[in-house]
Design a protein around this ligand. Structure first.
Ligand code: ADP
Length: 643
């Protein structure tokens, strides 16, 4: 939707809303005051009606007084002068607009009466019920002392009667009163017609006890009471009605007076409202047209021009173009700001172009540098590759040399072990005295030979083992064995060594260790021998103890503890390296080994899927723990009776 259309729509909506609001407000205020005015007018007219009836009653009262305060009447009532009575002809009554006249003496006796029909001037009978009103003691009957009369409405059987009562006095209005004079007039259709003609009002009179009372009159009757004397009620858009009550001489509601009026005031109000709204619509339309023209000239056309110019600049992509717009309004300011922005963009674009050129230059320089570096790197890589080839060759040669060395070492160890075994065997035979008795000196010498030979054998065993480990020749066996027997075997072998140094050698097997396990007893024996031998070797006083225990549900352990020299903290991580010793100097004691024992222990342990740890403190002693996976020999020890 264009801006022009939007602006028009906005004005139309605002105007429509204004009209609706004005209509609601005017209806509330204007029509309300017109309605009040109308109600006031109806009430005034009803009061005029009432005044008219009261005026008629006053006239009736003064007519009665004219006749009652008169010497002739005074005499007639006492003397019954028929000639005087003859003056009260139907014509006389009609002239006075009277329907009834009744003359009574002071005793309450009717001395004369006449009732006529005003239309035909014929005599009619005394209305029924009237005599009841005039019975002895009635407030209507004048007493000798009375000087004033009574007037009002009397509800007789067939119709209401407007009446006036006066005491009969002399012409000088002196008493005592000698009777009562009553003048009456029917409040019938003729009377209403008379009022209607006089006041030019549409009036209806209902008896309140009329069984045929219409609904509107009945409901109005219910609302009228001591406080509300007049009520008004619109019938429709054209007519409104006003109601009031007339009371009889006893003060009881007797007649309901209904006034029917056209709603001239109200219709004038609605007419004013319509004219006002019509005027507003016309003013609004003029307003819309004016606003439209003004908007078009001052905002929309310049805005369209601005938009056109911006589109032109965008299409040409030429930031040096500018927008020309004269004036000092917001649109001119906007155009100026846009020109400023175009200038800034132009500058920025130029700066960007320069930066781009510089960047391209730098990229070219860097590319050239990179290509140089690349060439250099390629040369370096080629040199390194060459170096790697040479290194690989050197490594292969070294490996070959190692292999050869290991092979020689293995051969030596193997060849040395045979004569050593023979020496041990022969020494043991000599010790057993099967070849003849030996003296204690000889026994000691034999012991010494045996211990040293065993140490030498262990050393060669280690050398051989290491050589085999190097060439991956070692195979792990999986056979059943008794841990306790294994322990006994090793301690028996090394006990003499401990004894010679005056050390106690203890060994225990924890009760939760299965009696038989699956594993490689030879390798386990070598592990244990190496560890116990080290413990004896590096302990001067105290004891060496060996435990076989259960590490947890799935593992068991060999633990060798001593009270020897211990291992300094910084050396503990290195003792498992091949040919490594804490004291690697040439001054160390002879027969202290070559630093292979623990390396072999670790390799064998790893080979069997276990691990070795050491906990030691220099000067206090060491504890070596070899933990291994637990495989029970179920052939001997079924799982059901296991701990
Ligand atoms: P060696 O043949 O020298 O005993 P090992 O590999 O068995 O070689 O031991 C390496 C070094 O670890 C030993 O030289 C020794 O310094 C140290 N060592 C090993 N066991 C103990 C121990 N129980 N107490 C103190 N030091 C030990």
């Amino acid at each position: 939707m264009s801006l022009h259309r939007k602006a028009q729509l906005l004005v139309v909506i605002t105007l429509a809303a204004l009209l609706v609001i004005m209509y609601v407000i005017l209806q509330a205020i204007l029509l309300h005051s017109y309605t009040q005015l109308e109600q006031q007018s109806v009430e005034n007219n009803v009061e005029r009606l009432l005044n008219r009836i009261n005026d008629d009653l006053s006239i009736l009262s003064s007519q009665t007084a004219d006749y009652a305060f008169w010497d002739s009447t005074y005499a007639f009532v006492q003397e019954y002068d028929n000639d005087y009575a003859l003056e009260m002809t139907p014509e006389t009554l009609a002239n006075l607009s009277l329907n009834l006249t009744l003359w009574m003496n002071i005793e309450g006796k009717i001395v004369f009466h006449k009732t006529i029909d005003l239309a035909s001037l014929r005599d009619t009978p005394l209305p029924t019920g009237l005599v009841d009103y005039l019975a002895a003691g009635s407030p209507l009957l004048r007493q000798p002392a009375d000087k004033t009369g009574v007037q009002g409405i009397m509800m007789l059987a067939d119709r209401p009667l407007m009446f006036a009562v006066q005491p009969i006095l002399t012409s000088a209005q002196t008493g005592p009163a000698v009777g009562t004079l009553i003048f009456g007039r029917w409040m019938d259709a003729a009377y209403i017609q008379q009022i209607l003609t006089a006041l030019r009002q549409d009036v209806t009179l209902y008896r309140v006890n009329d069984p045929l009372l219409p609904d509107d009159a009945r409901s109005a009757l219910a609302l009228l009471n001591g406080e509300t004397t007049i009520i008004t009620r619109p019938v429709d858009e054209q007519r409104i009605q006003g109601y009031t009550l007339l009371h009889d001489l006893n003060g009881s509601p007797a007649l309901l007076l209904r006034l029917n009026m056209p709603r001239a005031i109200y219709m004038q109000g609605t007419g004013t409202l319509v004219y006002f709204l019509l005027a507003m619509v016309i003013v609004g339309l003029v307003f819309i047209i004016l606003i439209s023209i003004l908007l078009q000239r001052t905002v929309i056309t310049p805005l369209a021009k601005l938009s056109e110019r911006i589109t032109f600049i965008r299409q040409r992509a030429d930031l040096s173009e500018r927008i020309n717009m004269l004036g000092k309004d917001e649109l001119a300011v906007l155009a100026q700001n846009m020109n400023g922005m175009l200038g800034a963009l132009d500058e920025a674009q130029q700066a960007l172009k320069d930066a781009n050129q510089q960047l391209e230059l730098r990229v070219a320089q860097r590319t050239a540098q990179l290509s140089d570096t690349n060439d250099r790197l390629r040369e370096e890589i080629a040199a390194r590759e060459q170096m790697q080839v040479e290194l690989a060759q050197a490594r292969d040669q070294a490996l070959e040399a190692l292999q050869l060395k290991t092979q020689i070492l293995a051969n030596i160890s193997h060849d040395a072990r045979t004569p050593l075994n023979i020496i041990i065997l022969r020494t043991q035979m000599l010790q057993s005295e099967r070849q003849g008795d030996i003296n204690p000196q000889q026994r000691e010498m034999l012991d010494s030979i045996l211990v040293n030979a065993r140490q030498l054998l262990l050393f060669f065993n280690n050398l051989l083992q290491e050589a085999q480990l190097k060439v991956d020749k070692l195979q792990v066996k999986n056979v059943g064995f008794a841990p306790a027997a294994l322990l006994d075997e090793v301690t028996a072998l090394l006990a003499p060594l401990a004894e010679r140094k005056g050390l106690t050698l203890e060994s225990t097997v924890a009760p939760d260790v299965p009696t038989r396990l699956i594993g490689d007893p030879d390798k386990l024996s070598q592990i244990l021998t190496n560890l116990v031998e080290n413990a004896i070797k590096f302990t001067e006083h105290g004891s060496v103890s060996v435990h076989i225990l259960r590490a947890d549900q799935e593992r068991w352990a060999l633990q060798v503890s001593d009270s020897g020299i211990g291992i300094p903290d910084d050396a503990q991580s290195q003792i498992f390296d091949t040919f490594w010793q804490v004291d690697g100097s040439v001054t160390r004691q002879i027969g202290q080994g070559v630093g292979l024992g623990l390396a072999i222990v670790r390799q064998l342990t790893t080979l069997m899927g276990g691990e070795i740890t050491v906990s030691s403190q220099a000067g206090t002693g060491s504890v070596f723990t070899v933990t291994l996976p637990l495989h029970k020999d179920t052939w001997y020890e079924p799982a059901s009776i296991d701990n």
